[in-house]
Write a protein of this length. Structure first.
Length: 217
């Protein structure tokens, strides 16, 4: 079951983690894999970085997406006063794309929930999706894409790995593609419930339907 069609926050979707049947693992958040862009060069950073992969001061865990990104000379992190977590946000010029990979290897039935905050320039479209490492090529998981909504809010998606998915056995992450000009985004979260039971999945769907309204910032 692909649950990405039901809009809801990752926190609500995974509220069932209190059930013994579900074990939630956080793969990306503000303290895991630099989900809120606070770290660069292995340390807390407050300096504007205008290129994702600068060498000496790379933004930790975020890498320009080779083969997808078409512009990268003015995209990175900055303190603009608009952060929803910490002090730093990410800004992406039109054509820029980045990814954040984890060590989690996808299995059939894994349910991934992800969210992020669109904090400035609500009309600047961008897309977030699950991605996998296909022998060094970072590839979008088809059907997992979630688009920005045209308003400033927390945006979220949920996706279950189906049988036969090319992502099975591959490392999973998040990818961000920005055809719009300079959206500011922050506070990326990615969580996974490994192969939940059918009963638990039904519960997830009911919780999601009951909480279909997104949380606006």
């Amino acid at each position: 079951m692909n649950m990405s069609a039901f809009p809801r926050t990752a926190a609500v979707v995974l509220a069932l983690c209190c059930s013994p049947a579900l074990a939630v693992t956080t793969l990306i958040d503000p303290v895991t894999n630099n989900g809120s862009f606070e770290f660069a060069g292995g340390a807390l950073n407050t300096t504007k970085i205008q290129v994702w992969d600068t060498g000496a001061l790379d933004v930790d865990h975020w890498v320009e997406w080779a083969g997808v990104s078409t512009a990268g000379n003015d995209s990175g992190v900055e303190n603009t006063g608009n952060a929803s977590d910490g002090t730093m946000i990410a800004f992406l010029q039109g054509g820029n794309a980045v990814h954040n990979m984890t060590s989690w290897l996808a299995a059939e039935g894994d349910v991934f929930a992800f969210s992020w905050d669109h904090v400035l320039r609500e009309d600047r479209n961008h897309t977030v999706s699950l991605v996998y490492d296909d022998g060094g090529t970072i590839t979008t998981i088809a059907g997992s894409e979630v688009d920005s909504t045209g308003v400033l809010e927390k945006i979220s998606g949920v996706y279950q790995i189906p049988a036969g998915s090319p992502a099975i056995g591959k490392a999973i992450g998040l990818g961000v593609v920005s055809p719009g000009s300079y959206p500011e985004v922050d506070n990326f979260v990615l969580q996974v419930v490994p192969e939940p039971s059918t009963v638990a999945m039904a519960g997830l769907a009911l919780v999601g339907l009951a909480a279909a309204r997104r949380t606006r910032t």
